[in-house]
Ligand binder design. Structure first.
Ligand code: SF4
Ligand code: SF4
Length: 188
């Protein structure tokens, strides 16, 4: 399924003009969106976009969002302090809620200034099968675990709005997911 990245698109309208299925329009925020019901998967928008904003996304990715209540992303503390993780699957442009996973409480060794690796191991056991972790603040433990997960920082507190932000920027997340040396992505 082709998807246009909000962050990369400059709204030039080239793909809108050339799409053989008239599936692309420029929205009121000034970036191109694809009507998936009209798209015939020809790939022309990916070929002609000078910003590399259009991409065929085929991956199924599992997201873990750190939260205390399922509505708001954990605020004020690192994601590892979340009461639980809300697990979502991304597939073909949609985010589907899968389950809630309780976090494991662990007494951190406060003498370790830059994060306790044993705590990281405990959190990792809760995040089995997860590809992307989402929080407002990502601590050093999570940064250490970039080989396992792509850390995504979202400033917007509402999980509903964060899901929309994830979908709008899925191209960047997929790109980072496939890199050897992953970095945290900040999305607003
Ligand atoms: S996706 Fe590319 S070609 Fe289409 S409007 Fe955005 S920048 Fe222009
Ligand atoms: S893949 Fe083809 S049909 Fe689909 S939006 Fe792009 S140009 Fe249009």
């Amino acid at each position: 399924m082709f998807h246009i990245s909000k962050n990369k698109c400059v709204g030039c309208g080239l793909c809108e003009a050339k799409c053989p299925a008239k599936a692309i329009s420029i929205n009121d925020q000034g970036f191109a969106v694809i009507d998936q019901e009209k798209c015939i998967q020809c790939g022309l928008c990916e070929k002609i976009c000078h910003q590399s904003a259009s991409k065929n996304i085929t991956e199924r990715l599992t997201f873990a969002i750190g939260t205390d209540n399922g509505k708001i992303i954990k605020q004020g503390e690192h994601i590892g302090e979340s009461r639980y993780f809300s697990i979502w699957d991304y597939l073909e442009g949609g985010m589907t809620f899968r389950e809630k996973r309780e976090n494991i409480k662990y007494e951190e060794n406060e003498s370790l200034l830059h994060g306790d690796p044993k705590k990281a191991e405990k959190v990792a056991s809760v995040l089995n099968g997860v590809d992307i972790i989402v929080g407002k603040m990502i601590g050093p433990n999570v940064v250490r675990m970039r080989k396992k997960y792509v850390p995504v920082i979202i400033r917007e507190p509402s999980i509903d709005k964060a899901l929309k932000i994830i979908k709008e920027n899925i191209n960047e997340i997929v790109d980072e997911y496939h890199k050897q040396d992953r970095k945290a992505i900040i999305l607003n």
